[in-house]
Design a protein around this ligand. Structure first.
Ligand SMILES: [Zn+2]
Ligand SMILES: [Zn+2]
Length: 317
């Protein structure tokens, strides 16, 4: 396998791709530990309440599903397909809304998320890929270690991408850069909305608490694991209909909970495509929302690979 350079240092050719900053690394690690442990604690608290006879009612289920869908679409449609890959263009209010909703998923500021994901595509399943499951030894134990690393282990210790190199366009984006800089405010606002709606809709303080738990930490924990299932399972299990120059895979079984991101081999083969599902049966709710926004005239220049492009990349079976 070709080994691409991992850490390009400052050279006459241009800026570094990753930063050797102990301060940035410790901030990144602290964020990962805080989000993982607090969302897990929130899940345990919600489960404890269930055991004590307070199962989630319609309000809690609504806040969980609503928050999951809105922030999930914020990540998939906004952070991923629009800001990272420019797979469509959108009016500014839609871009702002997508950046805010994506930030509420608590996966890092927009600029950081985009820089990290562009780095992943550059080195996908090669040395330098921050979350490939394929470099952790042979046999079943190597697979287990690789899947653990690709799912969540990588979040605690990975190269910090240089945003100036990978996401300079967003650093200069006057609508999006301020949202990225105020990331923690949007995470907090997402939690506050869940608590306030829970309290108002039930008229009780307990409703505020359970609304917060199901619409906040439980929602964040579940969506994190959906995105991590892409970084782990969708580079390990499943089908590879296209030659994408890596080991990305398509998986039908988690297309719905990932809101369409599990067609990951399609995505790596055509990273600038707005639709991850390319066949009629490939469920892609995020792509459907992009199509609906296009019909409303709010997005345009929606990029879809042609049949000729698909045939050119189809793998011989
Ligand atoms: Zn990937
Ligand atoms: Zn991507």
């Amino acid at each position: 396998m070709d080994a691409k350079p991992i850490f390009s240092q400052a050279t006459r050719k241009g800026p570094r791709k990753t930063l050797d900053s102990a301060r940035l690394k410790s901030h990144q690690r602290l964020h990962a530990v805080a989000v993982s442990s607090l969302s897990l604690l929130g899940c345990l608290a919600a489960l404890t309440l269930v055991c004590l006879g307070r199962p989630p009612g319609a309000v809690e289920v609504g806040l969980f599903l609503g928050g999951f869908l809105f922030t999930g679409f914020g990540v998939n449609i906004g952070l991923h397909r629009h800001f990272t890959h420019r797979s469509f263009q959108a009016v500014t209010p839609v871009r702002v809304a997508l950046a805010i909703l994506g930030s509420m998923a608590a996966q890092g500021p927009v600029v950081f998320w985009v820089a990290l994901h562009r780095l992943h595509h550059e080195f996908s399943d090669q040395p330098g890929d921050i979350h490939s499951p394929h470099f952790h030894g042979e046999g079943w134990w190597g697979s287990v270690r690789g899947l653990w690393h690709a799912h969540v282990g990588w979040t605690f210790d990975h190269a910090v991408p240089n945003a100036a190199y990978y996401a300079g366009d967003l650093l200069r984006d006057r609508a999006i850069a301020p949202i990225s800089r105020t990331y923690f405010f949007w995470v907090f606002l997402g939690l506050l909305i869940a608590a306030v709606l829970g309290g108002v809709l039930t008229g009780t303080w307990m409703g505020a608490l359970t609304g917060f738990l199901w619409g906040g930490p439980v929602r964040i924990f579940c969506w994190h694991n959906m995105i991590w299932s892409i970084t782990s399972c969708a580079h390990f299990f499943g089908e590879r209909p296209f030659d994408a120059d890596d080991r990305s895979t398509n998986n039908f079984w988690f297309a719905i909970p990932t809101l369409g991101e599990s067609w990951h081999n399609n995505h790596h083969a055509f990273p600038n495509a707005a639709m991850a599902g390319l066949e009629w049966w490939q469920i892609d709710p995020s792509g459907w929302v992009i199509r609906a926004l296009e019909k409303l005239g709010l997005v345009w220049d929606v990029k879809i690979p042609t049949q000729a492009m698909r045939r050119a990349k189809a793998r011989a079976i």
